[in-house]
Write a protein that binds this ligand. Structure first.
Ligand code: PLP
Length: 410
């Protein structure tokens, strides 16, 4: 193990020597530097940053982003209407619910929150969504703000190749425009903004460690595809925004990007704000980006409870895998001591996780901690009721997670 990571391991170990494991914590020094770094990416672009709350899932820490980042940050990208209501009740404002839903309870909450004065906008991508929202608004005698979500995937070979996520069916300017025109005829709703998330740029690693030839090749290909995709989507997004404005729709926001595309999305003139969430915890899947670089700040720690043989330790718990495509990169990333690896037949276990020590590792004893990063950012908080907060090498308190506050929004 390198001296630096040994020192960090010793520091974290000493901090938590009297605590109960498993535990999770945020190193606020790193978290705050990420907040400042994200703000700097937009310093010259004039864009504000909308916080993706799904990637934090702790009200105290969401608040900390706004407190630390000041005017650089504006608004929240929430993941459900229930979450939006909860955040609004807790003093947060300007909330865009980024994922459509027309279930009755969500629409009832939407109305209830708007009546309370909350500034909430719900994303939609089809007439099916919009007509249900419109009917509800008309029935209740009020106006509801909606956003249109456009598909930002890259289709270099037409329908033969789709690089990006499958969410909105609105890909071409004509598709967005047709829906916008139809929306204008629906009573009770108003198009407040436009959103387009370029997942193929914002969530695809393209800076894998270069000591391997295969990684160097992968990096080159991914970066070339990203460049072509950014060119294409910038042109398309620009055309869509201009066409909507020509139609007389005054868009209060045009939202784009995510943590991995802060630079390229920030350079897009048609975008008024960028989204960032994962940037703050910088989890396992946000290690290898070429255009941005964050400091890991959120971790969980397990205790070594058994030593099945020399060179292997077994920890209690640990199977906190990330959502998405089933793949090794969804496993938690063993962070410290450096160089630990999973056993191929076991991976991260439901109640026990064996780990192989690297050759040069100082031995671990029963009771010692092992530190990990979750693959994804906010999902860590679905496993813990609170996160310890570390600052200047001290535990200065805890922050409750949504789970700790009794909420399982999704
Ligand atoms: C609509 C939308 N915008 C932005 C993001 C980016 O979030 P993050 O910065 O946490 O990667 C996501 C992530 O899934 C998303 O779904």
């Amino acid at each position: 193990m390198k001296k630096e990571s040994e020192a960090l391991y010793d520091r974290y170990k000493a901090l938590f020597k009297d605590e109960r494991f498993p535990l999770a914590f945020v190193d606020l020094d790193c978290f705050d530097r990420n907040v400042a770094y994200v703000a700097r990416t937009q310093e010259k672009t004039g864009k504000t940053i909308r916080v993706a709350s799904k990637s934090i899932r702790s009200p105290d820490l969401i608040k900390r982003v706004f407190d630390q980042g000041k005017d650089a940050y504006k608004g929240i990208l929430a993941f459900t209407m229930e979450e939006a209501g909860f955040l609004s009740d807790n003093g947060f404002d300007d909330i865009v619910v980024a994922y459509p839903s027309v279930q009755k309870s969500d629409l009832a909450l939407f109305v209830e929150n708007v009546r309370k004065g909350a500034n909430i906008c719900l994303m939609a991508d089809s007439l099916d969504h919009l007509s249900v929202i419109s009917k509800k608004a008309e029935k209740e005698g009020l106006f509801l703000n909606v956003g249109l979500d456009m598909d930002m995937s890259f289709r270099p070979l037409g329908n033969l190749l789709h690089l990006g996520v499958r969410r909105s069916p609105l890909h071409t300017p004509k598709e967005v425009l047709d829906l916008a025109k139809a929306t204008m005829d629906l009573p009770g709703i108003r198009i407040k903004g436009l959103m387009g998330y370029e997942a193929q740029i914002a969530s695809a690693n393209d800076d894998f460690p270069s000591h391997r030839l295969s990684n160097r090749v992968k990096n080159r290909i991914f970066r070339a595809v990203k460049k072509a995709s950014v060119n294409e989507l910038t042109r398309r997004r620009g055309r869509i925004v201009r066409a909507l404005r020509d139609l007389g729709i005054s868009l209060e926001f045009v939202n784009g990007g995510g943590s991995g595309s802060l630079v390229s999305t920030g350079q897009d003139e048609s975008v008024t704000e960028v989204t960032a969430g994962s940037a703050f915890f910088a989890p396992g899947l946000f290690r290898y980006f070429h255009e941005v670089s964050f400091e890991p700040s959120a971790f969980f720690a397990l205790q070594v409870t058994r030593i099945p043989k020399n060179g292997i330790v077994t920890c209690q718990g640990g199977g906190y895998t990330g959502s998405g495509e089933v793949n090794k990169n969804r496993l938690p990333w063993p962070f410290l001591p450096e160089g630990l690896s999973y056993l191929p037949m076991e991976g991260a276990g439901e109640v026990q996780t064996p780990l192989k020590l690297p050759k040069n590792c100082r031995p671990l004893a029963i009771g010692d901690p092992v530190f990990f990063q979750h693959a994804k950012a906010g999902e860590l908080c679905e496993r813990f009721n609170h996160l310890y907060l570390v600052k200047d090498n001290r535990i200065i308190g805890t922050a409750a997670t949504y789970r700790g506050l009794g909420h399982a929004f999704l």
